[in-house]
Ligand binder design. Structure first.
Ligand SMILES: C[S@@+](CC[C@H](N)C(=O)[O-])C[C@H]1O[C@@H](n2cnc3c(N)ncnc32)[C@H](O)[C@@H]1O
Ligand SMILES: Nc1nc2[nH]cc(C(=O)O)c2c(=O)[nH]1
Ligand code: SF4
Ligand SMILES: [Mg+2]
Length: 210
């Protein structure tokens, strides 16, 4: 059990349940191929059945960590920071991103958008989920829309979501990893017929890096 004092610091976003942090290459979307420091915050109750980080869901098993410590670790490695999870917007991101900004970092988020948008972001990757839709406020702010395709219906969902983002938002279809052999041919055909979309692959999984 964590103390009342720690819980209050987590509520304010001064401490956050840290699952893992690692320096790697961004594998997905617009910034794929770019070296970046990943901060994975625990806690998510969206519940995607194919989620590739289910260990992140229970915030209680990830130690509350002072953001000062997180920022110090991160800035030793990179100025490009990716905040992911879990669902990072479960928590108030104001303090963490404010402190990273003071150090001159370029801060990216990977989010389902299902909770209030807090924090200061240089790049927002919105990956909407049918089972818990994004809050309306995030759509005009998304720099990239990355829809995970598990079956054919997800292409229809992708179009519905694309209708909500800005003109400049870059549109990606990313195969769900465990079903990739089935869905890749479908995505390839769809992108050739609908070239406003691009393909995003989880290239880190092919490179065998985190
Ligand atoms: C693990 S999530 C964490 C951030 C946030 N909760 C979200 O869903 O955007 C990071 C990215 O991985 C994607 N993802 C998760 N499981 C996947 C899978 N099995 N195949 C392909 N992409 C997946 C998510 O859609 C999201 O874009
Ligand atoms: N290399 C690498 N790139 C990624 N892009 C998004 C990821 C995520 O889990 O949020 C991820 C990840 O886990 N590893
Ligand atoms: S929203 Fe993200 S972390 Fe949460 S279950 Fe879905 S893919 Fe996993
Ligand atoms: Mg991942």
């Amino acid at each position: 059990m964590i103390s009342e004092e720690t819980r209050e610091l987590v509520d304010r976003g001064v401490m956050l349940p840290l699952m893992e942090e690692f320096y790697t290459i961004q594998g997905e979307g617009f910034h794929k191929g770019t070296a970046a420091y990943f901060i994975r915050i625990g806690g998510c109750d969206v519940g995607c059945h194919w989620c590739d980080v289910k260990e992140s869901w229970d915030a209680e098993v990830h130690p509350p960590t002072h953001i000062g410590q997180i920022v110090e670790n991160a800035t030793k490695y990179s100025k490009t920071i990716v905040i992911t999870g879990g669902e990072p917007l479960t928590w108030d991101m104001t303090e963490l991103t404010g402190n990273l900004k003071k150090k001159g970092c370029d801060i990216h988020i990977e989010t389902s958008g299902a909770y209030d948008l807090t924090g200061t972001w240089d790049w927002i990757c919105l990956s909407p989920k049918k089972i818990k839709l994004p809050k309306e406020e995030i759509y005009p702010k998304a720099n990239e829309l990355k829809v995970i395709v598990f079956n054919k219906h997800d292409l229809k969902f992708a179009e519905e979501q694309a209708a909500k983002v800005s003109e400049d938002c870059i549109l990606y279809l990313q195969p769900e990893w465990s079903n990739r052999d089935k869905v890749i041919p479908m995505i390839v055909d769809y992108v050739m017929e609908n070239p406003k979309w691009k393909v995003s692959l989880q290239t880190h999984k092919y490179l065998n890096i985190p």
